[in-house]
Ligand binder design. Sequence first.
Ligand SMILES: [Zn+2]
Length: 307
Amino acid sequence: MSFASDIKNELLRAESGSACCSRAELCGIICFSAGITYKNGKAALRVSTESEAAAKRFLNLIRRLFGGVDVLMGESISSGGITLFTIEIKGGADKILRELYLYDEVFDNHVSFRIRPEILECENCERAYLRGAFLGGGTATNPQKGYHLELYTHYHMLSEDTAALLTELGFPAKTTLRKSSHIIYLKGGDVIADFLASIGAFNAMMELTNIKIEKETNNDFNRANNCDIANTDKAFGAAIKQIQDIEKIKKNGKYDMLPDQLKEAAKLRLMHKELPLEALGKLFSPPLSKSGLSHRFKKIAEIAKDI
Ligand SMILES: [Zn+2]
């Protein structure tokens, strides 16, 4: 199962809170997944989703808040072979839309999907609304592959309202257009983990956090490992150069003419070809610092160069 459906299945079981929060969540689901049709001036409401969890949550909320409405639920297979869950509200859609502040009385009394301030009644309503929005139109990349979470809608103003709400809550959201959809998206493991926790998907948050820690630990290990290899290669390359210099001096009969200090360094280098400078310095008596020894090999290199 995908990470997005894991989140939605978890949200199906989330606490819906007080009536105002349930209403805000229902409003989020409707805004992000409902279609409205008008017949004789009356609106009919139809929620259609690929997520069974979202459909069930919608049904639970409708029944809890508007017990008496006439609901029809169905399942169909789309042309792409995807199962779609559809819930139709036959009678009473007007009342629901009005109570969710989705009628725009200025604009010809038509339904307008936006976030009205009235729907965000208590301090938890904002998170409840976003939970609904994710259930209705959200998806998230598997954290093994990357950190990306998005909400999609066909309504431009709704995308602006939602991005503003997310940003206000501390989730830096961006918007973009993909085909005819407006996308509101979040990036970054920490931001997405916080978002998941705030809408009540704690298991998904833990899953993402664990994957993130695992990935970072592996990266740190690889970085340290690569660094070690690079340092070893560098040290080994320097040792080879020192040996070549000494061999060249020997071949030209100049070895015995080297000052004692340089001869001592050359002798120990030939005896311990693989040792890094620091370790080689410890074999001197008294021990020699890395820079002190490096200085001696520089002198040897100069002599070899002049031959
Ligand atoms: Zn509330």
